[in-house]
Design a protein around this ligand. Structure first.
Ligand SMILES: [Zn+2]
Ligand SMILES: [Zn+2]
Length: 460
Protein backbone atom coordinates (compact mmCIF):
# COMPACT_ATOMS: atom_id res chain seq x y z
CA UNK A 1 0.00 0.00 0.00
CA UNK A 2 1.01 3.55 -0.27
CA UNK A 3 1.42 6.15 2.38
CA UNK A 4 1.69 5.44 6.03
CA UNK A 5 0.08 8.75 6.84
CA UNK A 6 -2.71 9.28 4.28
CA UNK A 7 -2.64 13.07 4.43
CA UNK A 8 -5.46 13.58 1.99
CA UNK A 9 -7.90 12.32 4.64
CA UNK A 10 -7.06 15.19 6.95
CA UNK A 11 -9.13 17.54 4.83
CA UNK A 12 -12.15 16.36 6.82
CA UNK A 13 -12.85 18.13 10.07
CA UNK A 14 -10.25 17.24 12.67
CA UNK A 15 -12.73 17.12 15.52
CA UNK A 16 -15.19 14.77 13.83
CA UNK A 17 -12.40 12.35 12.98
CA UNK A 18 -11.08 12.39 16.50
CA UNK A 19 -14.56 11.68 17.87
CA UNK A 20 -15.14 8.88 15.37
CA UNK A 21 -11.88 7.27 16.35
CA UNK A 22 -12.79 6.96 19.99
CA UNK A 23 -16.05 5.29 19.03
CA UNK A 24 -14.33 2.27 17.42
CA UNK A 25 -14.77 -0.78 19.70
CA UNK A 26 -12.02 -3.23 20.61
CA UNK A 27 -11.64 -6.18 18.24
CA UNK A 28 -10.62 -9.06 20.48
CA UNK A 29 -12.98 -11.84 21.42
CA UNK A 30 -13.66 -11.94 25.12
CA UNK A 31 -11.64 -14.43 27.16
CA UNK A 32 -8.86 -14.56 24.57
CA UNK A 33 -7.35 -11.14 25.02
CA UNK A 34 -3.73 -10.24 24.43
CA UNK A 35 -2.10 -8.20 27.23
CA UNK A 36 -3.78 -4.81 27.59
CA UNK A 37 -2.20 -1.54 26.55
CA UNK A 38 -1.57 1.17 29.10
CA UNK A 39 -1.21 4.21 26.85
CA UNK A 40 -2.94 5.53 23.74
CA UNK A 41 -0.82 6.32 20.68
CA UNK A 42 -1.12 10.05 21.39
CA UNK A 43 0.17 9.47 24.92
CA UNK A 44 3.06 7.37 23.57
CA UNK A 45 4.05 10.28 21.30
CA UNK A 46 4.90 12.54 24.26
CA UNK A 47 8.62 13.10 24.96
CA UNK A 48 8.55 11.75 28.56
CA UNK A 49 6.91 8.51 27.34
CA UNK A 50 9.43 8.07 24.49
CA UNK A 51 12.26 8.67 26.95
CA UNK A 52 10.87 6.12 29.43
CA UNK A 53 10.50 3.55 26.64
CA UNK A 54 14.10 4.09 25.54
CA UNK A 55 15.41 3.70 29.10
CA UNK A 56 13.70 0.31 29.34
CA UNK A 57 14.87 -0.73 25.89
CA UNK A 58 18.47 0.02 26.87
CA UNK A 59 18.03 -2.09 30.00
CA UNK A 60 16.58 -4.98 28.00
CA UNK A 61 19.43 -4.86 25.50
CA UNK A 62 22.02 -4.87 28.29
CA UNK A 63 20.47 -8.05 29.74
CA UNK A 64 20.34 -9.86 26.41
CA UNK A 65 22.16 -13.18 26.18
CA UNK A 66 23.41 -14.93 23.07
CA UNK A 67 21.75 -18.23 22.19
CA UNK A 68 23.70 -20.81 20.21
CA UNK A 69 22.12 -21.39 16.77
CA UNK A 70 20.19 -24.58 16.18
CA UNK A 71 22.36 -27.25 14.53
CA UNK A 72 22.76 -26.42 10.85
CA UNK A 73 20.50 -23.36 10.95
CA UNK A 74 21.33 -19.67 10.93
CA UNK A 75 18.93 -16.92 11.94
CA UNK A 76 18.71 -14.46 9.03
CA UNK A 77 16.92 -11.15 9.47
CA UNK A 78 14.88 -10.61 6.31
CA UNK A 79 12.70 -7.77 5.08
CA UNK A 80 9.59 -8.58 3.09
CA UNK A 81 7.34 -5.97 1.55
CA UNK A 82 9.81 -3.21 0.70
CA UNK A 83 9.68 -0.53 -1.99
CA UNK A 84 12.46 1.38 -3.77
CA UNK A 85 12.42 3.32 -7.06
CA UNK A 86 9.08 1.73 -7.98
CA UNK A 87 6.47 4.51 -7.94
CA UNK A 88 5.97 8.26 -7.68
CA UNK A 89 5.03 7.85 -4.00
CA UNK A 90 8.26 5.97 -3.17
CA UNK A 91 11.02 8.18 -1.77
CA UNK A 92 13.88 5.66 -1.39
CA UNK A 93 16.41 4.09 -3.75
CA UNK A 94 18.05 0.66 -3.99
CA UNK A 95 21.57 1.86 -3.06
CA UNK A 96 20.06 3.62 -0.03
CA UNK A 97 18.25 0.41 0.90
CA UNK A 98 21.46 -1.60 0.66
CA UNK A 99 23.43 0.87 2.79
CA UNK A 100 20.66 0.91 5.42
CA UNK A 101 20.31 -2.88 5.40
CA UNK A 102 23.99 -3.17 6.31
CA UNK A 103 23.58 -0.63 9.12
CA UNK A 104 20.50 -2.45 10.51
CA UNK A 105 22.05 -5.93 10.29
CA UNK A 106 19.65 -7.15 7.60
CA UNK A 107 20.62 -10.25 5.63
CA UNK A 108 17.99 -10.28 2.87
CA UNK A 109 15.45 -7.96 1.24
CA UNK A 110 12.54 -9.40 -0.72
CA UNK A 111 11.34 -6.48 -2.84
CA UNK A 112 7.70 -5.83 -3.68
CA UNK A 113 7.62 -3.44 -6.61
CA UNK A 114 4.41 -1.71 -7.52
CA UNK A 115 3.53 -3.12 -10.91
CA UNK A 116 4.28 -0.69 -13.73
CA UNK A 117 3.28 -2.38 -16.99
CA UNK A 118 4.76 -3.11 -19.42
CA UNK A 119 7.82 -3.24 -17.16
CA UNK A 120 8.64 -6.61 -15.67
CA UNK A 121 9.34 -6.50 -11.94
CA UNK A 122 11.98 -9.20 -12.30
CA UNK A 123 13.94 -7.89 -15.29
CA UNK A 124 16.50 -5.27 -14.42
CA UNK A 125 15.92 -5.48 -10.68
CA UNK A 126 18.55 -6.37 -8.15
CA UNK A 127 18.78 -10.12 -7.63
CA UNK A 128 21.30 -12.12 -5.65
CA UNK A 129 24.03 -11.12 -3.24
CA UNK A 130 24.92 -7.41 -3.16
CA UNK A 131 27.76 -6.70 -0.75
CA UNK A 132 26.51 -9.40 1.63
CA UNK A 133 22.79 -8.58 1.41
CA UNK A 134 20.60 -10.96 -0.59
CA UNK A 135 18.04 -9.30 -2.89
CA UNK A 136 15.01 -11.15 -4.27
CA UNK A 137 12.72 -9.37 -6.75
CA UNK A 138 8.97 -9.43 -6.27
CA UNK A 139 5.81 -7.43 -6.69
CA UNK A 140 2.84 -6.17 -4.71
CA UNK A 141 -0.31 -6.60 -6.78
CA UNK A 142 -3.84 -7.99 -6.46
CA UNK A 143 -3.61 -7.76 -2.65
CA UNK A 144 -0.63 -10.09 -2.52
CA UNK A 145 3.15 -10.14 -2.45
CA UNK A 146 4.41 -12.20 -5.39
CA UNK A 147 7.81 -13.87 -5.45
CA UNK A 148 7.86 -16.09 -8.54
CA UNK A 149 11.13 -17.67 -9.63
CA UNK A 150 10.77 -16.41 -13.19
CA UNK A 151 8.71 -13.76 -14.96
CA UNK A 152 4.91 -13.97 -14.69
CA UNK A 153 4.40 -10.80 -16.71
CA UNK A 154 1.83 -12.40 -19.02
CA UNK A 155 -0.29 -13.53 -16.03
CA UNK A 156 -0.46 -10.32 -13.98
CA UNK A 157 -4.04 -9.63 -15.01
CA UNK A 158 -5.15 -13.25 -15.47
CA UNK A 159 -7.91 -14.74 -13.25
CA UNK A 160 -6.48 -15.15 -9.74
CA UNK A 161 -6.17 -18.98 -9.78
CA UNK A 162 -4.14 -18.72 -12.98
CA UNK A 163 -1.84 -16.06 -11.49
CA UNK A 164 -1.48 -18.14 -8.31
CA UNK A 165 -0.44 -21.18 -10.33
CA UNK A 166 2.12 -19.20 -12.33
CA UNK A 167 3.63 -17.52 -9.26
CA UNK A 168 3.91 -20.68 -7.15
CA UNK A 169 5.46 -22.80 -9.92
CA UNK A 170 8.71 -24.34 -8.64
CA UNK A 171 9.73 -22.50 -5.49
CA UNK A 172 7.61 -19.40 -6.15
CA UNK A 173 5.84 -17.82 -3.18
CA UNK A 174 2.74 -15.70 -2.66
CA UNK A 175 1.66 -13.97 0.57
CA UNK A 176 -1.64 -12.24 1.32
CA UNK A 177 -1.00 -8.57 2.04
CA UNK A 178 -2.90 -5.71 3.74
CA UNK A 179 -5.12 -8.35 5.29
CA UNK A 180 -7.57 -5.83 6.81
CA UNK A 181 -8.73 -5.01 3.29
CA UNK A 182 -9.44 -8.62 2.36
CA UNK A 183 -10.31 -10.66 5.43
CA UNK A 184 -12.42 -13.08 3.35
CA UNK A 185 -9.70 -13.80 0.76
CA UNK A 186 -9.35 -17.57 0.16
CA UNK A 187 -6.08 -18.95 1.54
CA UNK A 188 -5.96 -22.14 -0.53
CA UNK A 189 -2.65 -22.36 -2.40
CA UNK A 190 -1.05 -19.33 -0.73
CA UNK A 191 2.39 -19.60 0.89
CA UNK A 192 1.28 -17.46 3.77
CA UNK A 193 0.26 -13.98 4.80
CA UNK A 194 1.40 -10.82 6.48
CA UNK A 195 0.72 -11.15 10.19
CA UNK A 196 1.80 -7.58 10.82
CA UNK A 197 1.84 -4.57 8.53
CA UNK A 198 3.28 -1.24 9.69
CA UNK A 199 0.95 0.59 7.33
CA UNK A 200 -2.16 -0.77 9.12
CA UNK A 201 -1.00 0.71 12.42
CA UNK A 202 -0.74 4.11 10.76
CA UNK A 203 -3.86 3.84 8.64
CA UNK A 204 -6.19 3.23 11.56
CA UNK A 205 -4.69 6.02 13.64
CA UNK A 206 -6.02 9.32 12.32
CA UNK A 207 -5.63 11.18 15.66
CA UNK A 208 -1.85 10.69 15.58
CA UNK A 209 -1.65 11.94 12.01
CA UNK A 210 -3.53 15.03 13.09
CA UNK A 211 -1.26 15.41 16.11
CA UNK A 212 1.84 15.23 13.89
CA UNK A 213 0.32 17.77 11.49
CA UNK A 214 -0.35 20.10 14.44
CA UNK A 215 3.24 19.71 15.67
CA UNK A 216 4.63 20.55 12.23
CA UNK A 217 2.79 23.89 12.16
CA UNK A 218 3.81 25.33 15.54
CA UNK A 219 7.41 26.32 16.29
CA UNK A 220 7.51 25.03 19.87
CA UNK A 221 5.82 21.73 19.06
CA UNK A 222 7.97 21.34 15.94
CA UNK A 223 11.10 21.65 18.09
CA UNK A 224 9.74 18.87 20.32
CA UNK A 225 9.01 16.63 17.34
CA UNK A 226 12.53 17.25 15.99
CA UNK A 227 13.93 16.36 19.40
CA UNK A 228 11.90 13.14 19.46
CA UNK A 229 13.21 12.14 16.02
CA UNK A 230 16.77 12.91 17.05
CA UNK A 231 16.80 11.32 20.50
CA UNK A 232 14.21 8.54 20.23
CA UNK A 233 14.00 7.56 16.54
CA UNK A 234 13.17 3.86 17.05
CA UNK A 235 10.74 4.49 19.89
CA UNK A 236 9.01 7.09 17.72
CA UNK A 237 8.68 4.78 14.70
CA UNK A 238 7.17 2.14 17.00
CA UNK A 239 4.72 4.38 18.83
CA UNK A 240 1.71 3.19 16.83
CA UNK A 241 2.55 -0.52 17.07
CA UNK A 242 -0.53 -2.40 18.13
CA UNK A 243 -1.43 -6.07 18.50
CA UNK A 244 -2.32 -7.00 14.89
CA UNK A 245 -5.61 -8.66 15.82
CA UNK A 246 -7.24 -8.64 12.38
CA UNK A 247 -4.07 -10.17 10.88
CA UNK A 248 -3.60 -12.94 13.43
CA UNK A 249 -7.33 -13.76 13.31
CA UNK A 250 -6.99 -14.42 9.57
CA UNK A 251 -3.82 -16.44 10.22
CA UNK A 252 -5.35 -18.55 13.00
CA UNK A 253 -8.41 -19.19 10.88
CA UNK A 254 -6.34 -20.18 7.83
CA UNK A 255 -3.92 -22.48 9.67
CA UNK A 256 -6.83 -24.66 10.81
CA UNK A 257 -6.83 -25.94 7.20
CA UNK A 258 -3.53 -24.97 5.62
CA UNK A 259 0.09 -24.41 6.55
CA UNK A 260 0.58 -20.66 6.19
CA UNK A 261 3.82 -18.84 6.85
CA UNK A 262 3.35 -15.62 8.83
CA UNK A 263 5.65 -12.77 7.80
CA UNK A 264 6.16 -9.12 8.79
CA UNK A 265 5.41 -6.36 6.28
CA UNK A 266 7.59 -3.31 6.71
CA UNK A 267 5.88 -1.76 3.68
CA UNK A 268 8.69 0.76 3.70
CA UNK A 269 8.98 3.40 0.96
CA UNK A 270 11.09 6.01 2.78
CA UNK A 271 8.37 8.54 1.97
CA UNK A 272 7.35 9.72 5.42
CA UNK A 273 9.59 12.74 5.18
CA UNK A 274 7.34 15.61 6.19
CA UNK A 275 7.90 19.08 4.81
CA UNK A 276 6.46 22.49 5.59
CA UNK A 277 6.80 24.93 2.69
CA UNK A 278 6.16 28.68 2.86
CA UNK A 279 3.50 30.23 0.62
CA UNK A 280 3.35 33.66 2.29
CA UNK A 281 3.76 35.08 5.80
CA UNK A 282 0.50 33.53 6.98
CA UNK A 283 0.27 30.38 4.84
CA UNK A 284 2.24 27.15 4.52
CA UNK A 285 1.91 23.90 2.58
CA UNK A 286 2.19 20.65 4.53
CA UNK A 287 2.93 17.22 3.11
CA UNK A 288 5.76 14.81 2.33
CA UNK A 289 8.71 14.83 -0.08
CA UNK A 290 6.82 12.64 -2.55
CA UNK A 291 3.83 15.01 -2.83
CA UNK A 292 3.59 17.48 -5.69
CA UNK A 293 2.71 21.05 -4.61
CA UNK A 294 -0.95 20.58 -5.54
CA UNK A 295 -1.05 17.51 -3.30
CA UNK A 296 0.16 19.43 -0.25
CA UNK A 297 -2.28 20.73 2.34
CA UNK A 298 -2.63 24.45 2.75
CA UNK A 299 -2.65 25.63 6.38
CA UNK A 300 -3.09 29.23 7.45
CA UNK A 301 -2.23 31.21 10.56
CA UNK A 302 -5.96 31.50 11.25
CA UNK A 303 -5.88 27.78 12.18
CA UNK A 304 -2.27 27.61 13.46
CA UNK A 305 -1.09 31.05 14.69
CA UNK A 306 2.49 29.78 15.15
CA UNK A 307 2.87 29.78 11.38
CA UNK A 308 3.59 33.54 11.50
CA UNK A 309 6.63 32.87 13.65
CA UNK A 310 7.79 30.03 11.39
CA UNK A 311 7.69 32.16 8.23
CA UNK A 312 9.53 35.13 9.78
CA UNK A 313 12.70 35.93 7.84
CA UNK A 314 11.82 33.44 5.08
CA UNK A 315 10.62 33.88 1.53
CA UNK A 316 7.84 32.10 -0.39
CA UNK A 317 8.94 28.64 -1.54
CA UNK A 318 11.36 28.13 1.39
CA UNK A 319 11.24 24.77 3.19
CA UNK A 320 10.56 25.73 6.83
CA UNK A 321 10.73 22.23 8.27
CA UNK A 322 11.75 18.76 7.14
CA UNK A 323 11.21 15.78 9.45
CA UNK A 324 12.33 12.33 8.32
CA UNK A 325 10.24 9.70 10.11
CA UNK A 326 11.03 6.50 8.19
CA UNK A 327 14.53 6.00 6.78
CA UNK A 328 14.96 2.36 5.72
CA UNK A 329 17.45 1.70 8.51
CA UNK A 330 14.86 2.59 11.14
CA UNK A 331 12.12 0.59 9.45
CA UNK A 332 14.41 -2.46 9.11
CA UNK A 333 15.42 -2.28 12.74
CA UNK A 334 11.80 -1.88 13.84
CA UNK A 335 10.58 -5.26 12.61
CA UNK A 336 11.80 -8.12 10.46
CA UNK A 337 11.06 -11.69 9.52
CA UNK A 338 13.74 -13.97 10.94
CA UNK A 339 14.30 -16.92 8.63
CA UNK A 340 16.00 -20.06 9.92
CA UNK A 341 18.05 -21.51 7.08
CA UNK A 342 21.35 -23.32 6.54
CA UNK A 343 22.74 -20.65 4.19
CA UNK A 344 21.96 -17.30 2.65
CA UNK A 345 20.95 -17.73 -0.96
CA UNK A 346 17.67 -17.39 -2.80
CA UNK A 347 16.68 -21.09 -3.12
CA UNK A 348 17.54 -21.79 0.54
CA UNK A 349 15.61 -18.77 1.84
CA UNK A 350 12.60 -19.74 -0.32
CA UNK A 351 12.65 -23.29 1.04
CA UNK A 352 12.81 -22.04 4.64
CA UNK A 353 10.02 -19.50 4.20
CA UNK A 354 7.78 -22.07 2.52
CA UNK A 355 8.45 -24.45 5.42
CA UNK A 356 7.46 -21.76 7.94
CA UNK A 357 10.93 -21.86 9.50
CA UNK A 358 10.54 -18.21 10.42
CA UNK A 359 9.30 -15.81 13.03
CA UNK A 360 8.36 -12.16 13.17
CA UNK A 361 10.16 -9.96 15.69
CA UNK A 362 10.13 -6.34 16.76
CA UNK A 363 13.89 -6.20 17.13
CA UNK A 364 13.99 -2.51 18.08
CA UNK A 365 13.17 -3.46 21.69
CA UNK A 366 15.71 -6.28 21.90
CA UNK A 367 17.15 -8.24 19.00
CA UNK A 368 15.36 -11.60 18.96
CA UNK A 369 18.08 -13.43 17.00
CA UNK A 370 18.65 -16.89 18.45
CA UNK A 371 15.03 -17.44 19.53
CA UNK A 372 14.05 -21.13 19.35
CA UNK A 373 10.63 -22.75 19.31
CA UNK A 374 10.58 -26.48 18.86
CA UNK A 375 8.86 -29.74 19.70
CA UNK A 376 10.56 -32.46 21.69
CA UNK A 377 9.75 -36.14 22.17
CA UNK A 378 9.81 -38.21 25.37
CA UNK A 379 13.61 -38.58 25.09
CA UNK A 380 13.94 -34.77 25.14
CA UNK A 381 15.28 -34.69 21.57
CA UNK A 382 13.98 -32.14 19.07
CA UNK A 383 11.42 -33.59 16.65
CA UNK A 384 10.55 -30.39 14.81
CA UNK A 385 10.80 -26.63 14.78
CA UNK A 386 8.40 -23.75 14.02
CA UNK A 387 6.56 -24.37 10.77
CA UNK A 388 6.89 -28.16 10.95
CA UNK A 389 4.01 -30.62 10.92
CA UNK A 390 4.19 -33.54 13.37
CA UNK A 391 2.10 -36.50 14.35
CA UNK A 392 0.62 -36.35 17.83
CA UNK A 393 2.30 -38.76 20.25
CA UNK A 394 2.15 -39.10 24.02
CA UNK A 395 4.82 -37.13 25.84
CA UNK A 396 5.20 -34.48 23.14
CA UNK A 397 6.34 -31.10 24.47
CA UNK A 398 6.77 -27.64 23.03
CA UNK A 399 9.73 -25.66 24.22
CA UNK A 400 11.11 -22.21 23.59
CA UNK A 401 14.21 -20.26 24.45
CA UNK A 402 14.58 -16.48 24.29
CA UNK A 403 17.61 -14.17 24.47
CA UNK A 404 15.91 -12.42 27.39
CA UNK A 405 13.18 -13.19 29.95
CA UNK A 406 9.76 -12.25 28.62
CA UNK A 407 6.05 -12.90 28.83
CA UNK A 408 4.63 -15.61 26.56
CA UNK A 409 1.26 -16.74 25.24
CA UNK A 410 0.76 -20.18 23.70
CA UNK A 411 -2.23 -20.35 21.37
CA UNK A 412 -3.86 -23.54 20.13
CA UNK A 413 -6.05 -23.03 17.07
CA UNK A 414 -6.06 -19.31 17.86
CA UNK A 415 -7.12 -19.69 21.49
CA UNK A 416 -4.74 -18.97 24.34
CA UNK A 417 -4.07 -22.19 26.26
CA UNK A 418 -1.07 -21.22 28.40
CA UNK A 419 0.96 -18.22 29.47
CA UNK A 420 4.19 -17.56 31.31
CA UNK A 421 6.05 -14.52 32.56
CA UNK A 422 9.58 -13.60 33.57
CA UNK A 423 11.25 -16.62 31.95
CA UNK A 424 13.74 -17.05 29.12
CA UNK A 425 12.97 -20.78 28.73
CA UNK A 426 9.49 -22.24 28.64
CA UNK A 427 8.05 -25.71 28.14
CA UNK A 428 4.48 -26.81 27.53
CA UNK A 429 3.15 -30.39 27.43
CA UNK A 430 1.02 -31.14 24.35
CA UNK A 431 -2.15 -32.93 25.38
CA UNK A 432 -3.99 -32.96 22.06
CA UNK A 433 -3.44 -32.22 18.37
CA UNK A 434 -3.78 -28.65 17.19
CA UNK A 435 -1.98 -25.70 15.63
CA UNK A 436 0.30 -24.26 18.30
CA UNK A 437 1.82 -20.83 17.89
CA UNK A 438 3.77 -18.84 20.42
CA UNK A 439 3.86 -15.12 21.12
CA UNK A 440 6.41 -13.31 23.30
CA UNK A 441 5.91 -9.90 24.85
CA UNK A 442 8.26 -7.41 26.48
CA UNK A 443 7.31 -4.70 28.93
CA UNK A 444 8.60 -1.20 28.26
CA UNK A 445 7.49 1.88 30.16
CA UNK A 446 5.17 -0.35 32.20
CA UNK A 447 3.38 -1.52 29.08
CA UNK A 448 3.47 -4.96 27.44
CA UNK A 449 4.39 -4.78 23.76
CA UNK A 450 4.29 -7.67 21.26
CA UNK A 451 7.87 -8.80 20.54
CA UNK A 452 7.90 -12.21 18.80
CA UNK A 453 5.31 -14.11 16.73
CA UNK A 454 6.55 -17.63 16.01
CA UNK A 455 5.17 -19.64 13.14
CA UNK A 456 3.05 -22.53 14.40
CA UNK A 457 4.03 -26.10 15.04
CA UNK A 458 1.25 -28.16 13.47
CA UNK A 459 0.41 -31.21 15.59
CA UNK A 460 -1.98 -33.41 13.59
ZN1 LIG B 1 3.39 -1.85 -0.22
ZN1 LIG C 1 3.29 1.92 -2.19
Amino acid sequence: MHKKFPLQLTRTSLTILALLWFAIPALSAEGNQPPARKYSNIERLALPRLKAVQEDVLKLRSQRTKIAPMPGLNDYRCILHAHAEDSTHTGGTLPEMLADAKKAGINAILLTDHFRPPRDFIDGRWRGNKEGVLFVPGSEIRGCLLYPEASVLGKMEAPFPELLKAVTAGDGMIFLSHVEERTDHPMDGLTGLEIYNRHWDAKKDMPSLIAVAMKLTDPKQLAELEEAVKLYPDELLAFQCDYPQVYVDKWDDGTKKFRLTGIAANDCHHNQVFIVKMVDEETVLLGTIVDKDDGLRKITAALRPGIKEMTKGHKPGDILAKVDMDPYQRSFWNTSTHVLAPKLDEPTIRTALKAGHAYVAFDWMCEATGFRYEATGTDGKSVGIMGDELKYVDGLKLSAQFPIACQTRLLRNGVQVAETSGKDRVEFPVKEPGVYRLEAWLTVDGEPRPWIFANPIYVR
